[in-house]
Design a protein around this ligand. Structure first.
Ligand SMILES: [Zn+2]
Length: 301
């Protein structure tokens, strides 16, 4: 190769190959505070942006303590997506250092359900109907930092919202299929307030929020009394907490332990809920099985 052409190649390779673009950056472009929001954002971003979750799959989100290295990652992000509704108390503690990083609250526009006086229930994503609002807020946030591809994000968001809307209908049909006097959902954490509001059932739970007092004798006694008084056939627990207290409720009341619901975290790729849509699918199947087995048993004389 002539010497001159070699230098031209070197310059072109340097300009094209080493350009610090979105794909080659080592830090995530979009950082979501936890796995559910990260998956939603990745569905909308497609292959145009890399999205990562700060809290890893299976890890408790309510009492999370970011490491100094994770705080540094947040500082390098182009956009931080957070749930809001009081979930990320832990980002408030060091937000002073993060003033320059754009933050978007993906639950914006949702009317909160209160779990205690003055304390909103953060779990709005558990209602597929409200997840549609999350997706729309994410679409707007991505389009704002990358307006050239706004149309691409809109198309992805619309396609994704179609999938979520199908689950909105399935959950609606499921709760309608349960006799009105049987519409109770007993869980470990009080994470189903939004779903209950949208689909018309009564949520009962052992403790209002994970990382507070979990499974005290008083909490267990109260739920045992409620399950007995209402003759509730099945109880459930969530993946990120110990199900022993709820299994005790089942033993003492004769209710069936219906299994594990996914709420605060997705699973790794090989688990049963690696995406939000798979989480909805898993939870719907678990509810259907839990209720149908018990309701059909009741019909046997
Ligand atoms: Zn939770």
């Amino acid at each position: 190769m002539p010497r001159r052409r070699f230098w031209v190649w070197l310059v072109v390779w340097g300009l094209v190959g080493c350009r610090p673009g979105v794909e080659s950056a080592s830090e995530p472009v979009v950082l979501a505070t936890f796995t559910v929001i990260a998956d939603m954002a990745q569905q909308v971003a497609g292959d145009r942006m890399r999205v990562e979750s700060l809290v890893k799959p299976g890890v408790e989100i309510h009492s999370y303590e970011p490491t100094p290295r994770e705080i540094a990652r947040i500082q390098q992000a182009r956009l931080v997506l957070e749930n809001g509704l009081g979930l990320e108390q832990w980002t408030e503690r060091f937000y002073q250092q993060l003033q320059h990083v754009p933050r978007v609250t993906v639950s914006a526009g949702i009317t909160p359900v209160m779990i205690a006086p003055g304390q909103p229930d953060p779990h709005a994503w558990m209602s597929p109907r409200l997840a549609l609002i999350y997706v729309d807020n994410i679409r707007q946030a991505l389009s704002r930092i990358d307006p050239d591809h706004a149309h691409f994000y809109t198309q992805n968001a619309q396609r994704y919202q179609q999938q979520i809307r199908a689950f909105d209908q399935k959950f609606q049909q499921f709760w309608q299929s349960i006799p009105a006097h049987r519409r109770y959902l007993v869980t470990c954490e009080g994470a189903f307030g939004y779903m209950a509001r949208d689909y018309g059932f009564q949520p009962l739970y052992l403790w209002p929020m994970n990382a507070e007092q979990e499974g005290t004798p008083q909490q267990i006694r109260r739920v045992i009394d409620q399950v007995r008084a209402r003759q509730i056939p099945v109880v459930f627990c969530e993946s990120t907490v110990n199900p022993q207290a709820q299994q005790q409720v089942a033993r003492e009341t004769g209710a069936r332990f219906g299994g594990i619901l996914y709420v605060d975290s997705l699973t790794v790729a090989t688990g049963p809920a690696p995406t939000y849509v798979r989480l909805l699918e898993h939870n719907l199947n678990t509810l259907q099985q839990g209720f149908s087995m018990r309701l059909s048993l009741e019909k046997i004389p």
